[in-house]
Design a protein around this ligand. Structure first.
Ligand SMILES: C[S@@+](CC[C@H](N)C(=O)[O-])C[C@H]1O[C@@H](n2cnc3c(N)ncnc32)[C@H](O)[C@@H]1O
Length: 206
């Protein structure tokens, strides 16, 4: 059993203090660059969306966005941000290890820091989530997973081998892993942690 973080408490305690370290006021730079290139739509899922900055960036670009997080506090904040901008995003409180979503597979799935958070608690939760992922991605859909690397020296994080292993052929094709910087804000100080951005395609049905 790994480290258990009470995400609700973290969001509550850091509200008004700039938020938790992963809240940087927008999507992770590596994912912002992906958005600028355009992603497959229209239906997009942000799993472990936090207070919704990535989901909102996608909605601003016209995607049909569903975004889930286990923390009711984070989802409430995300809904408030969407309402302030008049953006329609389906923000739902859901546990990614036992997701219940309508049977409408997504054209793109984003995971910005969820898998590494689950794996930090232990392999069981990460495995449960990874087992559900293929059912969320439509044939030909793109999946993006952004994670902190074990090499960041934080005492937790993923190895490239661990990240690649669930996304092997034939279920997944064209899997690429790029070394990136993961941005964080620690008490007002900008930090960059070593990380990975995986992108892969759910094999089209044959
Ligand atoms: C490192 S934060 C990243 C948040 C956001 N994606 C971002 O990039 O700012 C991880 C998020 O995963 C959420 N989370 C953790 N366990 C979860 C689970 N089992 N199901 C859904 N969300 C979960 C946390 O509440 C938190 O918002």
């Amino acid at each position: 059993m790994g480290e258990r973080i009470d995400f609700d408490a973290v969001y509550q305690e850091t509200a008004g203090l700039g938020g938790p370290p992963w809240e940087i006021g927008g999507p992770q730079p590596a994912l912002a660059a992906v958005l600028d290139q355009g992603v497959k739509g229209p239906k997009v899922l942000d799993a472990g969306c936090g207070t919704g900055d990535l989901a909102l960036a996608l909605a601003r670009r016209g995607y049909d966005v569903t975004a889930v997080d286990i923390s009711p506090v984070a989802i409430e904040m995300a809904r408030a941000k969407a309402a302030a901008e008049g953006l329609a995003v389906r923000f739902e409180v859901q546990d990614a290890t036992r997701l219940s979503l309508p049977p409408a597979p997504f054209d793109s799935v984003f995971d910005s820091g969820l898998l590494h958070s689950l794996q930090r608690r232990g392999d069981d939760e990460a495995d449960a989530y990874l087992a559900l992922l293929p059912g969320l991605a439509a044939p030909g859909a793109t999946v993006f997973v952004l994670a902190v690397s074990l090499r960041a020296g934080e005492g937790w994080g993923l190895t490239e081998e661990y990240l690649r292993s669930p996304f092997a052929a034939p279920a997944w094709v064209g899997t690429e892993v790029e070394e990136i910087g993961v941005a964080a804000d620690w008490d007002g100080r900008d930090l960059t942690l070593s990380g990975f951005l995986l992108r892969t395609i759910r094999a089209p049905e044959t």
